[in-house]
Design a protein around this ligand. Structure first.
Ligand code: NAP
Length: 277
């Protein structure tokens, strides 16, 4: 049995679909609301709250392989519960910032979760993706309501990744041999700036979406309201304020593992155009 956490999210939705289509065996998707989850036929929807580890017991029963999104709940307790339940292999979504920005708080938390997993006695595969194409959904409300985007660091290009490529790598790690004990930094196929992302969304929508570059302070005010001060600063650093060569490097990991080229931001924007209209 494979259990996918975050199964209704950007990565999890794609992963559940891929695993189901590839006939990887019995499959369960975790969600806090089974009524809203629309999984493919044959996939068991199981209710559980990662923030309340005790609720995960039924979900973990009989599970051999676990796909775990980090920093949604108390990861130490979750990893412990997985080990107790007899899970053999955990595929963890961490972050590339563990290697590019280890001094930042969220990166330190991910590094700690990785260590816990490596020391857990279970087999592990660690995925370290860069920023997701789906982070552009942050602009969706603004585009729908005002038809414009105001964002900082307009000209900083990052190798943004399509979440379906993280799912594709996770599918290989869960269902194919040779991925245990491996740590994979994951990026998209090319660097793209915030301005180019908005131009791509505009092209897909077939209309103009004017872009106004704003300063860090203004961006911080908007983000801190949702994320808190420290996380907002960390996001601003890794999206433009403090980028480094390692963060902007395009990696070939997705293509090497899956045998298919990593998907472009344009592909993500085409698939998700409805979110912006
Ligand atoms: N965005 C980035 O640029 C970036 C970069 C590196 C790493 N990451 C990592 O990627 C992961 C997020 O992936 P994503 O974008 O696929 O997720 P997402 O689309 O934000 O979805 C969040 C998922 O987590 C589930 N969830 C949230 N709170 C939960 C709880 N208390 N109990 C159980 N499930 C809960 C939701 O399920 P329900 O609502 O159905 O319960 C949903 O499926 C995180 O681990 C994050 O640290 C993100």
């Amino acid at each position: 049995m494979i259990l996918v956490t975050g199964a209704t999210g950007n990565i999890g939705r794609a992963l559940v679909k891929e695993l189901a289509a590839s006939g990887a065996g019995p499959l369960r998707g975790l969600t806090r609301d089974t009524g809203r989850a629309a999984f493919p036929e044959g996939v068991e929807a199981v209710e559980g709250d990662l923030a309340r580890t005790a609720t995960l017991k039924p979900a973990l029963e009989g599970v051999r392989s676990l796909f775990l999104v980090s920093r949604v709940g108390p990861d130490a307790e979750i990893i412990d519960a997985a080990g107790q339940a007899g899970v053999e292999h955990v595929v963890l979504v961490s972050s590339i910032t563990v290697e590019t920005h280890p001094h930042l708080g969220p990166a330190g938390e991910n590094a700690a979760v990785e260590r816990l997993l490596r020391d857990s006695g279970m087999a592990w595969t660690i995925l370290r993706p860069t920023q997701f194409a789906s982070n552009a959904l942050w602009w969706a409300g603004e585009i729908r309501e005002h038809g414009t985007v105001r964002a900082p660091y307009a000209e900083v290009g990052l190798p943004t990744i399509h979440p379906a490529d993280i799912a594709a790598v996770a599918r290989f790690a869960l269902a194919e041999p040779g991925h245990r004990g491996r740590t994979y930094p994951l990026t998209g196929p090319e660097r793209i700036t915030a301005r180019q992302q908005v131009e791509t969304i505009a092209a897909v929508l077939g209309r103009e979406v004017p872009f106004t570059e704003i300063g860090r302070q203004e961006a911080h005010r908007g983000m801190a309201a949702f994320l808190g001060d420290e996380a907002a600063d960390a996001v601003l650093d890794v999206t433009g304020g403090d980028v480094n060569d390692e963060l902007i490097t395009v990696r070939d990991t997705v293509a090497r593992i899956t045998g298919s080229p990593a998907r472009t931001f344009r592909q993500w924007a085409s698939e998700n155009a409805a979110a912006f209209t």
